[in-house]
Design a protein around this ligand. Structure first.
Ligand SMILES: Nc1nc2c(ncn2[C@@H]2O[C@H](COP(=O)(O)OP(=O)(O)OP(=O)(O)O)[C@@H](O)[C@H]2O)c(=O)[nH]1
Ligand SMILES: [Mg+2]
Length: 272
């Protein structure tokens, strides 16, 4: 009796019924068909096996460590215990991040204020939006839906516009800081654009900050001194010069109002 290759098709499946070979099939044709089926099955099983192995490799690569399980915290603790100097060195790179967050937030406040024409006072907010929480006009878009420009007289917004002018040089540093963090990848967009932080930002900010100095002191076998580069020095100076303006902006009733009415949201930026 000749060996029969097992058929792919089961006996009681409606699809099997539909795919049945024609009754006129010769024995030779049948053999070819069964061989083709067996080959197709083998290939399909091979693909499944390959996929399974790939998943397994990926799973091993990722490891079993879960997100938010304290990896970074543990690393910092080890650093503190065994290489406290390395944290001093890192301080410089974090400076860029902190400056960027501050500058970006100020820019965001000013942009939001601008979209409200710098002039949302208590009385106007109450009239326009009702008491906080009553959402009669929630979602109304600022510029298009309001004739503020025409109707709001110069009052508290005069101080905002002067704050805006004083803070302009600081806000102008935003692209440079973003550029530093994203490693030269241009951050485009409307000012709301996110910075895509790329792997290695820390060594980048660190290298830019220390440059040759680091190399030299490594050659001497000494730990490098924390230093700052031109960019962070500039921002540092500007922050010092404008700190009162920043406080004033933050405490300004219009800004307070926007925050209270949830017209101004400052994102937390916790990826770093
Ligand atoms: N109670 C407690 N909280 C911890 C401990 N270690 C870390 N945390 C907190 O857990 C949170 C996550 O810690 P991370 O060190 O950022 O965790 P991670 O594994 O690096 O997280 P990913 O980078 O998102 O994968 C932080 O809020 C830490 O403060 C711990 O030993 N005890
Ligand atoms: Mg982490």
């Amino acid at each position: 009796m000749p060996m029969r290759t097992p058929s792919l098709y089961s006996q009681d499946d409606p699809i099997t019924e539909a795919l049945k070979p024609p009754p006129s099939e010769t024995e030779a044709q049948k053999q070819i068909r069964l061989q083709e089926e067996a080959e197709a099955k083998r290939i399909s099983e091979q693909i499944d096996e390959d996929l399974r192995q790939e998943r397994e490799i990926l799973r091993r690569k990722r490891g079993e460590v879960k997100a938010e399980s304290g990896k970074s915290t543990l690393q910092k603790q080890f650093q503190l215990m065994y290489r406290p100097h390395s944290l001093d060195q890192e301080r410089v790179s974090w400076k860029t991040v902190i400056f960027f967050n501050v500058v970006r937030s100020i820019k965001h406040i000013l942009t939001t204020l601008d979209s409200w024409n710098d002039a949302l006072e208590d009385s106007e907010l109450e009239t326009k939006f009702g008491v906080p929480g009553s959402s009669s006009q929630a979602g109304m878009s600022p510029r298009s839906a309001s004739p503020y420009r025409a109707m709001s007289p110069v009052s508290s917004n005069s101080s905002i516009s002067s704050l805006r002018i004083r803070l302009l040089p600081l806000v102008a540093m935003d692209p440079a800081l973003a550029d530093r963090l994203s490693g030269g990848v241009t951050v485009s967009g409307s000012g709301k654009g996110n910075v895509f932080v790329r792997t290695g930002w820390q060594s980048r900010t660190f290298d830019s900050a220390l440059g040759r100095k680091r190399q030299q002191s490594h050659e001497n076998g000494k730990a490098p001194e924390p230093a700052q580069d031109a960019l962070t020095l500039d921002v540092n100076r500007m922050l010092e010069a404008t700190q009162e303006d920043i406080k004033e902006l933050w405490a300004h009733p219009t800004v307070r109002n926007l925050i209270n009415h949830r017209r101004l949201k400052l994102d937390e930026w916790s990826e770093l």
